[in-house]
Design a protein around this ligand. Structure first.
Ligand SMILES: Cc1cc2nc3c(=O)[nH]c(=O)nc-3n(C[C@H](O)[C@H](O)[C@H](O)COP(=O)(O)O)c2cc1C
Length: 325
């Protein structure tokens, strides 16, 4: 999660028994290496140990850089022997996959980097599995917090539709979008997903890079508080996303101003001041549709444990629904 998940959050999630990703997002190679060193320290690993976290890249950022710059960004993760790399939001994702595979072959990695690719449609899922041979497929539904594809179906539909067309030997399919608690997780597992991805829920943890004001806004949010919008990208000047992408965030006066056609420079000034002041009516808080179920700030460990316990409880309940004959 760009701007929210650093080395501390990723390491704490992994230490709790899930699998944490930190975001390369808008970082430079030196800052990314610092976050990876932080994760390595928290997990008490030697420099030569494999690092059991993943790094998420915005493919459009790599594509905007020169090849040398992009390779330097990828090298920060690969030299650190991270367990996984996540790619999304690009038009040449296959190019970065080839680069990672070649790097692993060149370095004779016995445990190659697992490549996760996030997709918003059945068509993209088929390309990722058949042509790119990804190791893990992530289906991102319309409910998701942060960036996603405007036309992505709701998760329930998307996961079912992808499962319908995947071959038997397809890689694991993870579901992403709108999940906050174990009830959500259990329902997606019953639907047929092999696992789940939660983003927003981890924004309200002690290790997230979100500010106190952003975390408070997450706690205050209601079930109808989020919208999909490009307003925040417009006021902060990050508009180079591939066609069809926008982001789900808490609705506030910044969105209202941009939608109503207020001069973008005025909206931008008010946004910048709002960020400085921690004003929830102006600042940016990415959030998925499940945000209303966040009631406080916890440690990542507590979130993972609670998700685990409630998921098991619901799965056990579900197993009792069918008595057989
Ligand atoms: C603050 C934030 C930043 C995100 N950054 C990225 C990113 O850099 N790359 C990416 O593929 N997805 C990103 N996402 C989307 C997540 O990968 C995931 O699909 C989403 O968080 C799942 O929905 P949820 O937030 O409702 O749990 C981000 C989400 C949030 C909330």
């Amino acid at each position: 999660m760009a701007g929210a998940s650093g080395g501390a959050l990723a390491a704490e999630v992994t230490a709790a028994g899930a699998f944490g990703f930190l975001a390369a997002g808008y970082l430079d190679p030196a800052s990314l290496r610092k976050e990876l060193a932080l994760a390595r320290g928290i997990l008490v690993l030697a420099a030569s140990d494999r690092l059991p976290v993943g790094v998420g890249y915005l493919a459009w950022k790599l594509e905007k850089s020169t090849d040398a710059e992009a390779e330097e960004m990828l090298a920060a993760a690969l030299d650190n022997h991270v367990q996984a790399i996540w790619l999304a939001f690009g038009v040449h994702i296959d190019k970065w996959i080839r680069y990672i595979r070649t790097y692993d072959e060149k370095h004779r990695r016995r445990d190659p980097t697992l490549i996760f690719v996030q997709v918003p449609s059945v068509e993209d899922a088929v390309v990722a599995v058949k042509n790119w041979k990804v190791d893990v497929l992530v289906a991102q539904g319309n409910e998701s917090g942060g960036h996603g594809y405007r036309a992505a179906p709701p998760l329930l539909t998307l996961v079912s539709s992808i499962l319908q067309v995947l071959p038997e030997d397809a890689p694991p399919l993870l579901a992403a979008g709108g999940m906050t608690n174990g009830r959500h997780v259990a329902s997606l597992l019953i639907l047929g997903a092999d696992g789940v991805v939660l983003g927003t829920r981890f924004l309200a943890t002690t290790a997230s890079l979100y500010t106190e004001a952003q975390k408070r806004a997450l706690i205050a949010a209601k079930s109808g508080s989020t919208v999909r919008t490009m307003a925040f990208d417009r006021v902060r000047g990050t508009v180079e996303w591939p066609a069809g992408v926008d982001g789900r965030a808490l609705y506030n006066s910044t969105v209202k101003d941009v939608e109503e056609g207020v001069d973008i420079h005025i909206a931008e000034e008010k946004f910048k001041k709002g960020v400085q002041d921690g004003d929830p009516d102006r600042m940016l808080v990415w959030a998925g549709t499940g945000v209303d179920l966040i009631s406080g700030i916890s440690t990542a460990k507590d979130v993972v444990n609670e998700l685990h316990d409630v998921t098991l409880e619901r799965l056990e309940m579900a197993s009792k629904l069918y008595t057989g004959n």
